[in-house]
Design a protein around this ligand. Structure first.
Ligand code: ES4
Ligand code: ZN
Length: 326
């Protein structure tokens, strides 16, 4: 349709994408065979049937199991190229992608293997599609502060190729304040700071991410809407929210896409963006997230253009690079 063509044709940045969450079942099977890794599924259909979640932890258990097929540099490169090809087809011209090194280093995969593979995929995406990208290293919040510091130390030789650090995995019970010191250390190294907050956790976690971690960008942030003072502050300060509509539906953070608050976020003056989070698990890449949200919440072309514009304003590109995309 005309609407779908408009969305695809809108140049956009993707700011909330876990690269391990882009691993499609077909590639998971291919890598399992290539590496002789056992997975608890016989067919691709069986895998997809298992992708029914009632909360974040349900999903995370399957997501970490899926990542076990990633062994070699070529595996990380192939996964990244598959994502960038798909993103480019949806009109993504810039992507700031999360990776979870602890998911791999804890299985005995070298940090350098992960980096070399992802960087090879990123270079290929730029050559093939003109799609630029940046890396954001996420600490797993269900693990310790000490483990996060060890991960930051492993990243040290690569810091010129890592734009920022983030915080993901199980939110409730692992508040941002647990990572205050490692975020301060990352800031001192010149890294940008982002954190998942207000996905399942309360508005108080968003406040901690702002006031204790000092984040530059807020991942999800949905539950901020429960606190009018916080909402007004996020709007006033121009904080970018990386919202993921289909993720919110699949993880039961909203009852259905028809009740997604993306339009309310825009009306409240929040700098909201639309992103895919873990597209292989949540049923759609960024274009499908724009389409589903637009149809469900009656977003028109001006709102869609605002969302795409917000994605560049909220990116970690330089002011000149942002201006070139607007
Ligand atoms: C994630 Cl949706 C989501 N939330 C928290 N952590 C994650 N890791 C991958 N996807
Ligand atoms: Zn996420």
């Amino acid at each position: 349709t005309d609407f779908a063509t408009f969305i695809t044709g809108l140049p956009k940045a993707e700011l909330h994408l876990h690269i391990e969450g882009s691993l499609e079942p077909e590639l998971m099977f291919a890598l399992a065979a290539r590496n002789d890794v056992a997975i608890p599924f016989k067919t691709v259909d069986e895998v997809r049937a298992a992708y029914s979640f009632s909360n974040l932890q349900d999903f995370l258990d399957i997501y970490y199991a899926g990542a076990s097929v990633l062994i070699t540099e070529a595996d990380f490169r192939d996964m990244a190229i598959a994502y960038f090809d798909r993103a480019a087809a949806d009109g993504v011209v810039h992507a700031e992608i999360f990776f979870d090194p602890q998911t791999h280093t804890d299985r005995g995969i070298a940090f350098d293997t992960v980096m070399r593979g992802l960087l090879a995929g990123m270079a290929e995406a730029e050559a093939k599609h003109g799609l630029t990208s940046k890396l954001i290293l996420c600490f797993l919040r269900h693990l310790s502060e000490e483990a996060a510091f060890e991960t930051l130390a492993m990243a040290e030789p690569w810091l010129d190729r890592i734009t920022g650090v983030g915080l993901d995995s199980s939110e409730v019970g692992h508040p941002p304040e647990k990572f205050a010191r490692v975020f301060a250390a990352a800031r001192a190294k010149g890294l940008k700071l982002v954190a998942h907050a207000g996905e399942e956790g309360p508005p108080a976690y968003v406040l901690q991410a702002l006031d204790i971690l000092g984040i530059d960008r807020l991942d999800h942030g949905n539950r901020s809407l429960e606190d009018p003072v916080l909402t007004a502050r996020l709007a006033r300060t121009g904080m970018t929210l990386t919202v993921c509509p289909l993720s919110n539906v699949k993880l039961c953070n909203v009852a259905s896409i028809d009740e997604h608050p993306i339009d309310r976020m825009l009306r409240e003056g929040l700098r909201a963006t639309i992103n895919s989070d873990d597209p292989a698990y949540f049923g759609g890449y960024i274009g499908e997230n724009y389409r589903a949200a637009a149809i469900a919440r009656g977003l028109g072309k001006p709102e869609l253009a605002t969302l795409a514009r917000n994605s560049f304003l909220g990116s970690f590109l330089s002011d000149d690079e942002v201006a070139a995309h607007l």
